[in-house]
Write a protein that binds this ligand. Structure first.
Ligand code: EPZ
Length: 427
């Protein structure tokens, strides 16, 4: 087992390049299952969720490998199975996309219930509603979702909940269905647009991605091609918050500033200087106190739930009391106990956390409870006094490429150690 050791207090400064979006890349790799032909996909972050998905696709008979840094070659022409390995599927949430992709490819899919971070109940009823609307029979038994259709036929699907996963999954199943599928109340996250752009590049006919009505006219076949994944909005946001947390001066490159608007506005409200460029943002914070602010997570273009733990961590040292309301997941405050262990004053009541600003956090051993909570603890460690040790790094490794190397290049005192290497916590 490994731990991350951070000596807090260093102001981050310099330039950092953001990797490709993990949540987009996992959906695009799954979408490649629909393609008969070779796809070259660039700007793919090398994180463990991607490795798991590549394993799953290989297990289905496809060929899927990193051929260079950030570049995956994937060819699913000879894919010959519609049942994915149960144990592997349970390791990542994105395996839910196998349902839509395999159903679209074979009119048949058998996939274990997807895993992923634990934020309470993670239902898939909207995915199932969509598949049924397209003509599939769906059975859920013994941890498997079994889908079969004589043929898929387009129709209108109205989502009762704005769901990223259901929107992408229905899009995948509908890409080669007969006729027109209309998804109403669709999610609008940047990676939904990215998946639609990928499919369109390979010959699909999808219009309206990025709005709440997406129209998919089924095509007979998709062909191979090349595509580049968008930059990771959440990784970029994590670095923006880390820069502000250490009163640093950091330019975050290879990003789409438009995707960052809700965070940029919130940071400015807290007194942080945010300068936007074409494909970069500079974050600058002097030695003044941060101001408190209220944050409510919402589907895009609202404040992203995947940046909620990081912004809450920043608010622990802001002057005054802040309220953070989690509107997407019913249980995404598990990490708060860890922050409180570091001296934060946060109390949670249902979906609302009250954050009373304190002078500073104190370094301590803490445990990541999920991917973004892990990133939040790294930010806490960077701004705390003394040494913070973070355990459960497997969560952070699911979604951040070279996190500590990138932070180190900005001047952070951070290192990874094996846990029995107890001799020293020196960084
Ligand atoms: C995606 O999860 C992301 N994961 C999550 O990021 C992110 O938190 C989430 O979208 C919201 O933005 C990936 O892209 C792989 P949803 P997803 O379906 O698709 C409810 C990270 O940290 N719902 O949009 O699983 C659900 O309970 C991860 O990178 C239903 O009720 O999320 C939740 O309350 C964690 N029925 C809300 O919708 C359904 O059938 C949004 O979920 C589906 C969802």
């Amino acid at each position: 087992m490994e731990k991350m050791v951070i000596l807090g207090g260093a102001k981050l400064s310099g330039e950092v390049e953001i990797s490709g979006a993990k949540n987009s890349a996992v959906a695009i790799l799954a979408a490649s299952i629909l393609v008969k032909g070779k796809c070259i996909i660039d700007n793919v972050p090398h994180v463990s969720d991607i490795d798991v998905l590549l394993d799953i696709i290989q297990g289905l008979g496809g060929s899927a490998y990193f051929i260079d840094k950030g570049t995956v070659e994937i060819d699913c022409t000879n894919l010959n199975k519609y049942e994915a390995d149960y144990e592997t599927v349970r390791r990542i949430r994105a395996s839910s996309y196998l349902m839509g992709a395999l159903l679209g490819r074979f009119s048949r899919a058998r996939v274990g219930m997807p895993g992923g971070c634990d934020f309470g109940v993670r239902p898939i009823d909207q995915h199932i509603k969509g598949f049924k609307t397209l003509g599939a029979e769906v059975e859920v038994d013994h941890g498997f979702v079994d889908l079969r259709a004589d043929k898929l036929v387009g129709d209108s699907v109205y989502l009762d909940v704005v769901s990223v996963g259901a929107t992408i999954n229905i899009m995948l199943a509908a890409t080669m269905a007969e006729g027109l599928t209309v998804i109403e109340s669709a999610a609008k996250e940047p990676h939904i647009v990215d998946v639609a752009n990928f499919l369109n590049c390979m010959g699909a006919n999808i219009k309206g991605a990025g709005t709440d009505v997406i129209k998919i006219r089924g095509v007979k076949e998709l062909h191979g091609g090349e595509f580049s994944v968008i930059p990771d909005q959440i990784e970029a946001g994590t670095f923006m918050i880390a820069a502000a947390a250490t009163h640093g001066d950091v330019t975050i490159t290879n990003i789409i500033p438009k995707h960052m608007e809700s965070l940029s506005a919130k940071l400015e409200e807290m007194g942080v200087i945010v300068e936007e460029y074409d494909d970069a943002i500079r974050i600058h914070m002097d030695d003044r106190n941060l101001k408190s602010a209220n944050v409510k997570t919402q589907p895009y273009p609202g404040f992203p739930t995947d940046l909620q733990p990081q912004i809450l961590t920043l608010l622990t040292v802001a002057k005054g009391t802040s309220l953070v309301t989690e509107n997407v997941w019913d249980n995404r405050f598990k990490y708060v106990d860890e922050l409180n262990r570091m001296g934060a004053k946060v109390s949670v009541d249902g979906r609302v956390a009250a954050v009373e600003g304190c002078e500073h956090l104190q370094g301590s051993p803490v445990y990541a409870t999920d991917l973004r909570a892990g990133a939040a603890l790294v930010i806490a460690g960077l701004m705390a006094k003394g040494v913070t040790e973070i355990y459960n790094l497997k969560y952070i490794d699911r979604g951040y490429e070279n996190l500590e190397l990138k932070l180190k290049s900005l001047g952070a005192q951070i290192a990874r150690r094996t846990v029995d290497d107890n001799k020293s916590n020196a960084v």
